[in-house]
Write a protein that binds this ligand. Structure first.
Ligand code: URA
Length: 151
């Protein structure tokens, strides 16, 4: 299960998560990680797009929480990836930066949770792609896939 922040303009239009520029980068990460988008459950902390693409307010995230908890309970994922700080801090109820949360698993219910940088952040800071790639290798290795060896 992948959790992002909130729908953007493209997602609002198409009614699907991660279909804009960040989504296209996410698709590349998915492919490089030997995952298949159709086999992932992709969702967001927020159900609606905050005006002007601002960060979600705590109250907005709280309003959508019951829905997110329902999605997690239904999917019952073994693994959750939190893409970006908004996803990580809301899911894990944490105030720690992604830089400190990443690189290890956290636990949420039955799921092992990996936190990494948001694809939108990577579009602005391509140097952080190295860290995300390390995180994906760490995740996939735990699933039994060695991305350094996978052809
Ligand atoms: N960014 C997100 O966090 N979620 C989306 O669905 C699209 C962009």
């Amino acid at each position: 299960m992948f959790i992002g922040e909130a729908p953007g303009a493209d997602e609002d239009e198409q009614g699907e998560p991660f279909v804009g520029r960040a989504g296209q980068l996410l698709d590349k990460i998915i492919e490089a990680s030997k995952l298949v988008r159709e086999e992932l459950y992709i969702c967001n902390i927020l159900r609606c797009r905050p005006p002007g693409n601002r960060n979600p307010a705590n109250e907005e995230a709280a309003n959508c929480r019951e829905y997110l908890d329902g999605q997690i309970a239904t999917v019952n994922p073994e693994y959750i990836v939190c893409w970006g700080l908004i996803a990580a801090k809301n899911l894990l109820d944490s105030t720690i930066s992604i830089g400190k949360l990443r690189g290890k698993f956290h636990q949420h219910g039955n799921a092992k949770v990996l936190c990494t940088y948001h694809p939108s952040y990577l579009l602005r800071n391509p140097a952080a792609k190295t860290d995300v790639w390390k995180d994906m290798k760490f995740l996939m290795k735990d699933m039994g896939v060695d991305l350094d060896k996978a052809g």
